[in-house]
Structures are given as C-alpha cells and as structure tokens.
Design a protein around this ligand. Structure first.
Ligand SMILES: Nc1ncnc2c1ncn2[C@@H]1O[C@H](COP(=O)(O)OP(=O)(O)OP(=O)(O)O)[C@@H](O)[C@H]1O
Length: 349
C-alpha cells in the first residue's frame, strides 16, 4: 500500500535519513523502532506529508504522493503530546476534522454528531462527549485523540509514541485495545516507538532503525530470535555479550571452547550474544562458562542473577526459575549457554 523508495533527508549537514526503502502492506501494523535520534519521527512525518524528503519517493497505492500536503493524503495521526482543544468538548474535539471541511464535503451537523458518538463508543468513551479534556484521565485523552484521528476515515493511521506519557499499566491496556481496534477497522497503522516491548507486542512487522538507516525489517519473532546485527540484538530484548574468536566455525572464549548452538560464522574475532533466559547451570566441565555470582534479584517468576566472568567488563544477566532456590552472592557457577548468536563485530564494553 505504501512505498518508500530511496528516501533521504538532511537537516543542515546532518543526515537524518539515509536512503531508506520500505514497503508497507495494506492492513499491516508496522512499528518503527530505534533509539532517540535514529530518524523514526522524521520518516513518519515524511509519510504523513508534514515533512518533505530531499531525495526519494513516497507512494500510496502506486500513486506518487511525495509532493502532496498532509491534508491531501487522507492520513490520521496521533502524537505523544498532541493536545486536545481545551475549550472544546470531547465530542467537538472528535468532530473537528469533519466540521472544518469545506461546505461541499462537510456532512450535515446531525450526521457529524452521530459519527462522533459512534467513534467515542468505539474508543470506549461512550456518553463522555459532553465533558471537557480537563475532566478526563491521560489514557482517556489519548483515546479521544485516536477517535479524532479516526473521524476523517483515514486510509492510514500514523502514531508517534502515542502512549509515551502514560503509566505502565494504562499503556499496556491501551496497547491491547489498539491492536484490537486496528484489526476491527482494517486500518494500515504505522507507529513510532523506542520501547521494544511495545513494538514486539503490537506489530506485525518491526522496522529497526539506527542513525538514519534501516538495520532490519522482520516479524517480532525474526527480530528477537534472528537479529541481523549486534545493534539489533542489543536494542531488542536483553542481551549478554562475550568477546570470542571463532575457530573452525565454533566460538572460543579465550582458550575455552563454548558448547553452544549457533548459526555458523566465519573464523576470526566475533561477539557471542545470548539472552538471559537462554542459559542453564552446569558443572565445572568443558563447555561451561565460569561465573561469579554478584547479585540476585527477584523478577516476577524468575531470579535475575548478575554475574562476573573473568575478562568481561559488563556483568552478565541471567534468569533462573524462581521455582528453584537461588544461588548465593559469592558463589561460583558453571553456565551452559543453550542458544547464542554470533556477530562478526567487537564487544563494546
Ligand atoms: N526540524 C529539524 N531540524 C533540525 N534537525 C532535526 C529536525 N528534525 C529532526 N532533526 C534531527 O534529525 C535526527 C532524527 O530525528 P527524529 O526526530 O527523526 O529521531 P527519532 O528517532 O524520532 O528520535 P526520538 O525517539 O528522540 O523522537 C535527530 O538528530 C534530530 O535532532
């Protein structure tokens, strides 16, 4: 549905986007994920028509819209601090996009009112149309902002950190609700987030960005299980990194062979990443990594263990089921890494 072809955008001498290409499918829920300054918002604004690229093309359904302004693109958007109009009721806020249309395109007043109420029902705020924004909670206001974006029947919904300012519990509820709404309305939705959990939970596909380029595009499963680079492995989910050398396709940590399931890699210096839950305790034998326990915390149904490994600056973080008794601080453990990922790049300590 949306084609982004070789988009570049500079602000002065700073390249905010560098030759970005991406196809977004109709009905897809797509997350743009990346650290601050990676270019997510700039890309979203270019898709919206709020910003224009220096090079490249944006198309909707095969039609070039690169030069079209926001009003002509039929997109709805919600930004993190996109304030509602304080002096208008909730219903008037929702109806705003329809009521400012030119007379010829504007539906009759009664119809606008009915549409606003229908949308308020949809965002589960039925009956609150007469209130003012100040009389709503933060989560309710975000839902009004969404209803306002949906009122103009956009073909595309763009969300920039829509739940960023809300507390964790409300965020979680709204995420689930948004996922449901997206499916129900058959929208194409693109949202920006720097929260990897939000991206993995909501999106059909995740676009991981860094320094104005796309690092990886894939399903949440692909991004988490098969990150294409050390950056993605680090940024998406928790990761431990060991500096290793690959000898005959197998990782070695100093002179110790690590017995781990990895995709084959070329020989030479590399980095072995593994997730906190991809380990188990083993003996002192070959293939086990000696770790000194330096911290033990309770994390939900798991123990989170912090441990030191000689030759690695950053402590390892590992999870063990809270059903077992935790190791003691000062204890030495042998760890087996059950699943790892090899990257031909250095470890940043
Ligand atoms: N109008 C502008 N003028 C100058 N520089 C800009 C402008 N807009 C963005 N930038 C710069 O471009 C880079 C990318 O910004 P962008 O807002 O796209 O990043 P982001 O990934 O959305 O970050 P965040 O998560 O912090 O919102 C940043 O370094 C930013 O300072």
């Amino acid at each position: 549905m949306i084609g982004i072809d070789n988009i570049s955008k500079r602000f002065g001498s700073y390249a905010a986007l560098n030759d970005i290409s991406l196809d977004v499918r109709s009905g897809e829920f797509l997350a743009l994920l990346g650290p601050s300054g990676s270019g997510k918002t700039t890309l979203l604004r270019i898709i919206a028509g709020l910003e224009f690229p220096d090079e490249g093309q944006v198309s909707f359904n095969g039609e070039d819209v690169t030069g079209l302004k926001v009003a002509d693109r039929k997109v709805g958007f919600v930004f993190q601090h996109y304030a509602l109009f304080k002096h208008m009721t909730v219903a008037q806020n929702v109806a705003f996009g329809l009521s400012v249309r030119s007379r010829r395109q504007r539906p009759p007043k009664a119809q606008i009112r009915a549409r606003a109420e229908e949308l308020l029902q949809l965002v589960q705020l039925g009956g609150l149309g007469g209130r003012y924004p100040a009389q709503l909670s933060g989560g309710q206001r975000q839902r009004v902002a969404l209803a306002r974006a949906l009122a103009v029947e956009p073909q595309l919904l763009l969300l920039d950190e829509p739940f960023g300012a809300l507390d964790a519990k409300v965020r979680k509820d709204l995420r689930r609700w948004l996922r449901h709404l997206h499916g129900q309305m058959g929208l194409t939705t693109i949202f920006v987030t720097h929260d990897q959990e939000e991206a993995l939970e909501l999106a059909d596909r995740v676009v991981v960005m860094d320094h104005g380029v796309i690092e990886q595009v894939g399903t949440p499963e692909e991004i988490y299980m098969k990150p294409s680079s050390g950056f993605v492995s680090d940024f998406v989910g928790e990761t431990n990194s060991l500096p290793v050398s690959v000898v005959a396709g197998r990782p070695q940590f100093f002179d110790r062979a690590i017995d781990v399931e990895v995709a084959p890699a070329g020989d030479g210096p590399a980095r072995l990443d593994f997730r906190p839950h991809d380990v188990s305790v083993c003996g002192e034998g070959a293939g086990c990594l000696p770790v000194l326990v330096t911290g033990v915390y309770r994390r939900g149904g798991d123990w989170r263990i912090e441990g030191e490994v000689a030759g690695v600056d950053k402590p390892l973080e590992i999870d063990m089921s809270a059903a077992s008794s935790p190791p003691q601080i000062g204890q030495r453990l042998g760890l087996r890494i059950n699943r790892g990922m090899l990257f031909a790049e250095g470890v940043q300590q």
